[in-house]
Design a protein around this ligand. Sequence first.
Ligand code: SAH
Length: 346
Amino acid sequence: MVTNKKDIRALTKEQLRDFFVKQGDKAFRGNQVYEWLWQKAAHTFDDMTNISKETRKMLEDNFVINHIEVDNMQRSNDGTIKNAVRLHDGLIVESVLIPTPTRTTACVSSQVGCSLDCKFCATARLKRMRNLNPDEIYDQVVAIDNESRHYHNRPLSNIVFMGMGEPLMNYNNVLKAIDKITSPEGLGMSSKRITLSTSGVPKMIKKMADDGVKFNLAVSLHSAIEEVRTSIMPFNETFPLDDLREALEYWYAKTKRKISYEYVVWNGINDTQKDIDALVKFCKYVPCKVNIIEYNPIDDGEYQQASSEALEQYIKTLEQHRIVVNVRRSRGKDIDAACGQLANKS
Ligand code: SAH
């Protein structure tokens, strides 16, 4: 339901404290409500049991809590869970829980749809409808943390911004959400366990470095050859590889944190020695590691995972150059929960 009441979670703690003072109450009441809203992730004012009935009614008259609803939860036979999440205005995004023997990772969305146009990604086919608010990002994490505790008997351990959307095109809200996720007044998670994945917006990578963020950075590279990258990720024309390189050098100089490159190898697109050599060269600019991701087909087969020989050749050459390389098997394919498959299909 859409109302004109203000979303209470758009208020800072200070604003909430001021609000109570203006109501003739104590500023401390603001702290209590703030704790309910974030740390305890209350869905309704009535959940706030240490707040008087009158105060809860007053809050109800002035505000809404625009919490998300998990509309549909699907469980894969490999333990992966995909949530279709309904936002207060009825739009849907998806988030994924990925369990491994040692960790549980939440893959969360930052936008409804995506404004970028990567040819191989299902989300790119959805129009970008809007940015997610900080609380909508936070709520996805809370929902997955609850599911992790329920189905896997352990709390969430890691978060990746690799769901729908380009996080650096919703920078302020993503940062606010991460602040809440890492704050002791929120979920108290370590920023070392959070990774923001971007297709590479140079200006924003520099801004993040300037802002002194403490989380990890992954860049969806997929090709280190200009024409090839532009053909599969057309926005590369606006943000060419030289600019990306410069921004990454800036990031490393400021943060001293290694970058991860996400890389899919496709048949006939980036599977030659020339492609590998270009990647090796790119990897020399800034300390990094390479994550080779398995391709998750999204449609008519225009893009196909390269042969295992081509992958082996990538791995061999990278290792010869002492570049750390991991191969990521995809998870949750049977429920369309794998990288690049999030498209609100069910
Ligand atoms: N916009 C951000 C985050 C979302 S995409 C980014 O580009 O990084 C998350 C990761 O999935 C990216 O590395 C992306 O390149 C990759 N990806 C997209 N479609 C894919 C597909 N069909 N198969 C495998 N990986 C895919």
